[in-house]
Design a protein around this ligand. Structure first.
Ligand SMILES: Cc1cc2nc3c(=O)[nH]c(=O)nc-3n(C[C@H](O)[C@H](O)[C@H](O)COP(=O)(O)OP(=O)(O)OC[C@H]3O[C@@H](n4cnc5c(N)ncnc54)[C@H](O)[C@@H]3O)c2cc1C
Length: 392
């Protein structure tokens, strides 16, 4: 079997893995990213980049290039009960310096990070590379067995990273345990045409039956999500597509045209609304980051931001650990010590907000408690402790 050696092997080329790969490569660390898909193209992933993500990219010095890429700026969150707008929260009221969130196709974001990383000779990436097994010796974990384009390859690494998302293989293989894990609802996603008068905003529509989330998708579509209690999708399919068509038609005028054309369930993609937190993110030679370690609920669209923040600080922890020749669990746990308080706080805020959508208010006024919760989720209160060598 072919065997190769690197400093850091990252399983997963999502936002966390790509950002970590870039930052390590910038430090001259030999890094190999393994991504099981053949390209970045995928439907329905984290495409709203929250204000806090923009703040981090500004801090790294990457935003001026990123904002040249395809994206839509979102100025506000609007809350509707049926057709009546009951509240509006403007990003400008939450953070005057970054008064927007951005919708950016994830392949665009990941492609940008890849291109940037490829400028460093110590960066490598394999697509069509699915991690199958963890390798270990008596000092701890030291790499993975990967199936790359049909060939089994042993990748030996001083540090192995699980950046392989919410259903992480590395987490399972490494026997990591959850401190908590929730899955109580699902999101049913679909794409429809955007009405010509749609403002640059994310809209939550509350109806008698359920809540909908709608936001612009470049250049002229809406991405729409129906929030469902876990398991209800089965009942909806049993009731038949006619009943769902009627429901969508009545929910909000923006969905009426889509409802007219609906003849089967093919346009819908069901995704779990999960939240989990892994008790300990590190083992000897092995570290979880991003959704593999901590997965947020969809409320506030903050998963990419949390994953990015963990990846940025992971780059510093790993580079220092390699330089010290100490990749023990204790050393790598420094990442969790830096990150867990914020992750826990945002998870808890999501629960507090999730059960209490805003009540009818007047016009544009944000509802005080809800807006405070949104601010906590959307905006980074203080800059990450990023060292100067990690900025561009
Ligand atoms: C439908 C949906 C909508 C979302 N919307 C938003 C949003 O608008 N804004 C937001 O901030 N967050 C959103 N999120 C959350 C966000 O997508 C995640 O929090 C974020 O992508 C986590 O980044 P990550 O790099 O940790 O994991 P991921 O993005 O999941 O990346 C993991 C990568 O690992 C790869 N992989 C998995 N297993 C293996 C393996 N065995 N070997 C090799 N590669 C592997 C996967 O193919 C994937 O590319 C959404 C999530 C979902 C499901």
């Amino acid at each position: 079997m072919k065997s190769i050696q690197t400093d850091v092997c990252i399983a997963g080329g999502g936002p966390a893995g790509m950002l970590l790969g870039l930052l390590l490569a910038k430090q001259g660390v030999n890094v190999l990213v393994l991504e099981m898909h053949k390209q970045f193209e995928r439907e329905f992933r984290g495409e709203v980049l929250q204000t806090r993500f923009v703040q981090m990219m500004q801090q790294l010095g990457l935003w001026s290039e990123l904002e040249q890429q395809t994206h839509v700026r979102l100025a506000a969150h609007d809350y509707y009960r049926g057709e009546e707008r009951i509240a509006r929260v403007e990003f400008a009221d939450l953070n005057a310096e970054v008064p927007f969130a951005a919708w950016m196709p994830q392949p665009v974001l990941l492609g940008y990070l890849q291109e940037k990383a490829q400028a460093y000779p110590s960066f490598s990436m394999w697509f069509d590379a699915q991690v199958k097994e963890l390798l270990q010796d008596d000092t701890g974990y030291n790499g993975v067995l990967v199936e790359h384009a049909g060939e089994q390859v042993e990748v030996r690494a001083r540090v192995t990273i699980g950046a392989d998302g919410r259903f992480s293989t590395i987490r399972r293989l490494g026997g990591f345990e959850y401190e908590y894990e929730h899955h109580e609802s699902d999101y049913l996603w679909f794409i429809c045409n955007m009405p010509s008068d749609w403002p640059a905003s994310i809209r939550l529509v509350m109806t008698e039956q359920r809540n909908y989330i709608l936001f612009p998708r470049y250049p002229d579509q809406l991405q729409a999500g129906i929030m469902l209690p876990k398991g209800q999708w089965k009942q909806i399919t049993e009731r038949g597509v006619d009943a769902l068509r009627e429901e969508l038609r009545a929910a909000t005028p923006a969905l009426a045209d889509f409802a007219e054309t609906l003849s089967d369930f093919k346009p819908f993609h069901l995704l779990q609304a999960r939240q989990h937190f892994v008790k300990e993110w590190a083992q000897d030679g092995l570290l979880l980051i991003g959704d593999a370690a901590h997965c947020a609920l969809p409320a506030g669209a903050v998963g990419v931001s949390l994953a990015a923040a963990t990846a940025i600080l992971a780059a510093q922890v790993i580079t220092e650990a390699l330089a010290a020749g100490d990749v023990s669990k204790e050393r790598l746990s420094r990442l969790q010590q830096q990150r867990e308080a914020e992750v826990r706080e945002i998870h808890q805020t999501q629960w507090r907000m999730g059960g209490r959508p805003p009540q009818p208010g007047s016009g544009k006024q944000p509802l005080p408690n809800f807006a405070a919760g949104l601010k906590k989720v959307f905006v980074m209160e203080k800059a990450l402790p990023v060292q100067s060598g990690y900025t561009f």
